[in-house]
Write a protein that binds this ligand. Structure first.
Ligand code: F6R
Length: 639
């Protein structure tokens, strides 16, 4: 039986959930709990038996444990660990192995006795796996069971590698990985084809026996699966829902991972709310979408039947609320993303003056500008604004190797045709071919190969920006150093990244800045690039007057659009403009047909962009506003 829940606000939640403002604070709290357990066991002269997880989620916890060891003397001499899982087959020394992960993130930096560390063995012969798994279970039982198990959660709802279909009483065993899980791991392995199809994992039954279970999740990417795990029916389709049956489990989330839970996503269903404008907009749009009605047709009864009676009473009559929200949405629509000259701008998203604005579009990768806001980009240029574009990174990891050879062959042929000496180029070309012939998944390319890949993307970006109407001196390539590692794992942001961005901003002195405002992936290049621009503007604000008149507009990358209630500027595109945008995206040939990093969406980038812009327009239409072909959406960033 699951625990009793006495709170109205959390009545949809079937297990205890604690929400922290961000993952750093949450990770420190979890590390503290682990440390307290270790210390209390030490005082009692006992061992602490920990179940550990890998993945990006627990990294902050391990970092804090290392800090506690180094700075506060926390000792791990009495600690015994069992890791949840390991890929199969997998050599312990491989960079993607969970042995490597655990050593690099924890074990190499603390005083644990390595003979007390247990991680499923990915090198076993197939017929030895079952025996090994049984032994793993026995070892845990012989030690009296796990004192504490920490977990992450996969987007399939897996815990450990217990994918959908796993049984609640499953033990440690060999399993087949879900397709989505292999997609999520593909970056680490340099392509999905290199991700093992199997893994050895502790079972749900094994996890259940732990005396305490903490599942952690960070970022909006996890919000949908967290809602299912916490509020959904118990089902093998979402293995984490089995945790609802435990008396000893707690979910520890950051705000973003918790954002779809009823008390945060649709709080009016579970409590009285303070109805600020944003919440009102969110609720009314939610209600209209739920009932498939235009905003202006929502009735008092609709409000009352769907948890919005309080709003109706406090701010009604509901028709006035409907009109207010309708008007607000209406005012987000503008065909003048740089402001409409000589027009009353009191209800428009952008200022009328100056009539000709200096605008700069920051594009994290060389094609985000046209994919995400190609229509608006073209409009700004057409409407006479002084538009610049800055490509923040080279994007050189996302080019196929055979494209490099193609361009090298082109260069050699050209050199030959004009009678130039090809010796050096030919030698480089031969070296590249030899390198590719033995290249391992995720192996870092030689500097020359990286350069060629960067040049390919650079030439495509120039072509796209020229197509949008820019002069060459308005196209900037930043090649920010944080990105240029040659690997999918990037460096942290450095002073140089910010200084380069400040320099460019100071040169352009824009009145409008467009940035990619993608927050769902905390490790994603888009968020890093966003933070760099904001840091640069913040610093410039201290000394430069022009920054005070500079508005920052966020667009979303190829993945997820803003929620409708968040949109502050919706730029409609005619069918003709949609085609122009498509052509601009087509200039990025290296990303067409089959991108190196497509993510878990099989559609090409231009298709995703068109689908998304069409969906935004359809949503406005459904809510009772004008019917357009497509719309690009923006939200303003306020300092
Ligand atoms: C890791 C494990 C997995 C991860 C899950 C989330 O040992 O068993 O269940 O916890 O896939 O991964 P991240 O944390 O990378 O999002």
């Amino acid at each position: 039986m699951a625990r009793l829940n006495l709170l109205e606000e959390t009545r949809y939640e079937k297990l205890p959930v604690t929400v922290y403002p961000d993952q750093k604070v949450a990770s420190i709290a979890v590390a503290r709990r682990i440390a307290n357990l270790i210390i209390s066991k030490q005082k009692a002269g006992e061992k602490a038996v920990l179940g550990l997880a890998t993945g990006v989620t627990p990294i902050g916890v391990y970092a804090e444990l290392v800090r506690l060891h180094k700075e506060e003397g926390l000792s791990f001499h009495n600690v015994i660990t069992f890791n949840l899982d390991e890929y199969y087959p997998m050599k312990p020394k491989a960079p993607q192995s969970y042995v490597t992960f655990m050593n690099e993130n924890l074990f190499n930096h603390i005083d644990i006795d390595k003979s007390k560390v247990h991680i499923p063995d990915g090198t076993l012969a197939k017929d030895a796996v079952a025996g090994f798994c049984l032994e793993y279970e026995k070892k845990i039982s012989a030690l009296g069971g796990l004192d504490l198990q920490i977990l992450g959660i996969g987007r399939t709802g897996h815990i450990g590698f217990n994918e959908p279909g796993s049984a609640p009483n499953s033990g440690t065993r060999l399993v087949t990985l879900d397709d989505l899980t292999r997609n999520d791991a593909s970056r680490d392995f340099g392509g999905k084809q290199n991700v093992p199809t199997k893994a050895i994992t502790m079972g749900i039954g094994t996890i259940f026996k732990a005396r305490e279970i903490i599942l952690m999740a960070w970022s909006g990417k996890k919000a949908p699966i967290i809602k299912k795990a916490v509020e959904g029916e118990i089902s093998g389709d979402v293995p984490a829902t089995y945790l609802q049956l435990s008396q000893h489990v707690e979910f520890i989330l950051d705000q973003d991972a918790a954002s779809d839970l009823t008390r945060f996503g649709t709080p009016w269903l579970v409590k009285d709310c303070v109805w600020d404008n944003m919440l009102k907009k969110k609720a009314v749009i939610w209600l209209a979408e739920l009932l498939n009605k235009p905003v202006l047709k929502l009735t008092e009864e609709d409000y009352n039947n769907h948890g919005m009676a309080q709003l109706a009473v406090e701010q009604g009559p509901v028709y006035n609320i409907n009109i207010d929200i309708f008007n607000q949405m209406q005012h987000t629509i503008t065909g003048w993303p740089g402001g409409k000259p000589d027009a009353d701008d009191s209800q428009r998203p952008e200022r009328a003056l100056p009539a000709k604005k200096r605008s700069i579009i920051f594009s994290p990768h060389p094609d985000d500008d046209v994919i995400s806001m190609g229509g608006t980009f073209i409009r700004l240029v057409d409407q006479g604004h002084d538009v610049h574009v800055a490509y923040q990174t080279s994007g050189n990891t996302a080019v196929w190797d055979d494209d490099v050879l193609r361009y090298m062959e082109f260069a050699i042929d050209f050199n030959q045709s004009i009678g130039d000496d090809n010796t050096h180029l030919q030698k480089l070309y031969e070296d590249m071919r030899a390198f590719f012939a033995t290249k391992q998944p995720n192996q870092i390319d030689t500097i020359e190969i990286r350069d060629v890949k960067g040049f390919i993307r650079k030439s495509e970006a120039i072509s796209g920006a020229r197509y949008a109407g820019l002069d060459d001196d308005h196209i900037h390539f930043q090649a920010l150093p944080f990105y240029e590692t040659g690997k999918t794992k990037k460096n942290s942001v450095g002073e140089e990244d910010i200084l380069l961005t400040m320099e460019l901003l100071q040169k352009v002195k824009p009145q409008q800045v467009f940035v990619a405002g993608d927050f769902a992936d905390p490790h994603g290049t888009h968020l890093v690039c966003f933070n760099i621009v904001i840091a640069a503007l913040r610093r410039l604000r201290e000394t430069e007057d022009w920054v005070k008149d500079c508005w920052v507009w966020m667009y979303r990358g190829a993945w997820k659009e803003f929620e409708t209630y968040e949109i502050e500027m919706a730029v409609p595109l005619s069918p003709q403009e949609v085609l122009r945008k498509r052509n601009a995206i087509f200039k990025h040939q290296s990303q067409k047909d089959r991108a190196v990093f497509p993510g878990d969406d099989a559609r090409e980038f231009w298709v995703r962009a068109e689908d998304r812009n069409r969906e935004t327009a359809q949503c406005y239409d459904r809510l009772g506003l004008a019917e357009y072909q497509a719309m690009e959406a923006f939200v303003r960033y306020h300092f």
